[in-house]
Design a protein around this ligand. Structure first.
Ligand SMILES: N[C@@H](CCC(=O)N[C@@H](CS)C(=O)NCC(=O)O)C(=O)O
Length: 202
């Protein structure tokens, strides 16, 4: 299998962490892909019409895309450790969606500051994206904190990747402020070998 990926994508990082946590890293070749909405560059548009990474090319079926689909597929292939049975499954999927939503907003903020010409930037829109992130972080600190402390699952991996991405791209926002339990959880989870090996570069 071939995974289209870059060293900075947090969605791709979810997949690589899942590969490592399920003992499948050697089954996947990493293909470097770089680009963005204005110029797809080497993004895998043939594999994913949306032109986004990660995308997973399989030997025995069509390419898969969207990190949630790829992670679910890889976990099923390994025997299903990261997505537990119902009813906990619904919690895991909702936590993963919360983390992915943080990332969607964080990436839109990055594109706004990097891709939009300065005179056309819309500060209120950027702050509205951060407001979504702040609400989601508050829910991680309250509703989700007990779940985060349970056995490892894909929701936790997604949350850890999202928090690390906030450090990487939006460190000045100080997401830890007022969220001591989430900060402590992240500090511990970030020490896992799979997280250390996939620290964003660039
Ligand atoms: N929902 C998608 C989001 C993937 C995504 O936004 N990837 C970014 C890189 S982190 C991308 O490829 N952006 C290029 C673009 O939007 O054109 C997933 O979970 O895989």
């Amino acid at each position: 299998m071939r995974l289209y990926h870059s060293p900075t994508t947090p969605f791709g990082r979810k997949v690589v962490v899942a590969l490592q946590e399920t003992g499948q890293a050697a089954d996947v070749e990493i293909v470097a892909a770089i680009g963005g909405p204005l110029d797809p560059g080497s993004l895998p548009v043939a594999q994913n019409p949306l032109g986004k990474i990660p995308a997973l090319e399989r030997d025995d079926g069509p390419a898969l895309y969207d990190s949630r689909v790829i992670c679910r597929y890889l976990d099923a292939r390994a025997g299903g450790r990261l997505y537990p049975p119902e009813p906990r499954l619904w919690e895991v999927l909702t936590l993963e969606a919360t983390a992915d939503g943080i990332l969607d907003a964080a990436i839109l903020m990055l594109y706004e500051s990097r891709l939009r010409p300065e005179e056309r930037r819309y500060e209120a829109w950027t702050e509205a994206q951060w407001a979504k992130i702040a609400r989601a972080l508050d829910s991680l600190e309250t509703r989700w904190i007990d779940h985060l402390g349970g056995p490892i699952d894909m929701g936790q991996i997604a949350a850890a990747c999202a928090l690390s991405y906030l450090d990487f791209r939006h460190g000045q926002r100080d997401w830890r402020s007022g969220r001591p339990r989430l900060a402590a959880w992240h500090e511990g989870f970030a020490r896992r070998a799979s997280m250390v090996a996939t620290e964003p570069q660039g």
